[in-house]
Write a protein that binds this ligand. Structure first.
Ligand code: SAM
Ligand code: SF4
Length: 337
């Protein structure tokens, strides 16, 4: 038996008996927007020589697939600002339908009009698109310079290409809270799912996130007073909890790391732009897979993956309060949201 075969027979199980079947990858920490809750205006990005090459991302991901990962999400930063990302999708897309159930992406949508067809042809079937406001001025304010019409064209192009679209919306106190109900109505009218997300204390930004923190417990109470929401357990197991919206095709998802801990069922690990594997979004523990692979090839990669899984923490310890430092210093864009 070769070392790679013996590695493949080692399943991905953490020290708490949780089986790992989902890999999220930040393919670039760069972005064409500067959402206020995500990045500071003058964000410093990783030097290019620290970023994994396409080949390194592909080999590491294929190692995870060989060891039992069934779902891969490409994220960032904005994955579509990376020039070779469609080549990566094409390479990983070859596994979809056999050793991989799904290859998905999270995108801000600004470049989707150009890439949607190619993504579909390469094997992608679903995409999450961030849309924190449909109001042009507000969108521009939240993203610091984004054009919502461009994102709308991206959403249309994705749907026309055949991609299933889910909208992600970060709930922001005093910024878009009055738009949450209308956003749900719009998603229902369009036949789209909507996931609301609580802002998480990841990386320093130019403001205090606590000022914008909106607990989804309160949002949900308001939404249930105006919408018929029926708990839907299908497809759960990740951090989101879902509700069917009336008799529509749409589902409402809530990701509430601050008000409802979801770590017991955690099935995921995250690979950063510079090749570090984080077994938990909310901790600093990491293992350098890029270095392991460069120094020792696939055998060293397998050992490093095992090390990361053994040290996966039981849960995140996110707290949000005025004057407290972010739970971890790295931004969501480095870890891949
Ligand atoms: N650029 C792409 C986008 O915006 O969809 C992908 C990367 S972005 C980091 C992925 C998701 O994380 C987006 O839905 C974004 O709104 C969310 N996000 C970013 N920073 C966050 C934070 N501090 N707390 C909660 N969600 C955050
Ligand atoms: Fe860019 Fe996405 Fe972060 Fe907005 S949330 S700045 S689009 S990475």
């Amino acid at each position: 038996m070769t070392s790679s075969e013996s590695g493949a027979s080692r399943t991905l199980m953490d020290g708490f008996g949780r089986s790992i079947s989902y890999l999220r990858i930040s393919v670039t920490d760069r972005c064409d927007l500067r959402c206020r809750y995500c990045m500071s205006e003058r964000m410093t990005f990783l030097p290019r020589d620290q970023v994994m090459t396409l080949e390194e991302i592909a080999v590491i991901t294929e190692r995870f697939i060989a060891r039992g990962v069934r779902k891969v999400r490409l994220s960032g930063g904005e994955p579509l600002v990376r020039r070779d990302v469609v080549d990566l999708v094409r390479r990983l897309g070859r596994h979809v339908g056999t050793s991989l159930d799904e290859l998905v992406m999270t995108s801000n949508g600004t470049r989707l009009a150009e890439h949607a067809d190619a993504l579909f042809d390469a094997g992608m079937r679903r995409i999450n698109i961030s849309l924190d406001s449909r109001d042009p001025e507000r969108f521009r304010f939240i993203t610091r310079h984004g054009d919502v019409a461009q994102v709308m064209r991206g959403i249309d192009a994705a749907r026309t290409a055949g991609l299933r679209v889910k909208i992600n919306m970060v709930a922001l106190k005093g910024l878009n809270e009055d738009e949450i109900g209308p956003m749900l109505d719009w998603c229902v009218a369009q036949g789209l799912d909507l996931t609301l997300i609580e802002t998480m204390p990841l990386g320093a930004i130019d403001e205090d996130r606590t000022d914008r923190f909106l607990p989804l417990t309160a949002v949900f109470e308001r939404l249930s007073a105006s919408h018929e929401l029926v708990r839907d357990h299908a497809g759960s197991g990740g951090p989101a909890r879902y509700w069917r919206v009336g008799s529509s095709r749409s589902r409402l998802g809530l990701i509430s790391p601050l008000t409802a801990n979801f770590c017991d069922g955690c099935n995921r690990v995250r690979l950063t732009t510079d090749g570090k594997l984080y077994s938990c979004l909310g901790h600093e523990d990491r293992v350098d897979l890029k270095r392991a692979f460069r120094d020792g090839g696939v055998a060293a990669l397998d050992t490093a993956i095992d090390d990361a899984l053994i040290s996966k923490p039981s849960r995140h310890d996110f707290q949000i309060a005025h004057g407290t430092a972010p739970a971890v210093s790295r931004h969501m864009s480095v870890t891949g949201g």
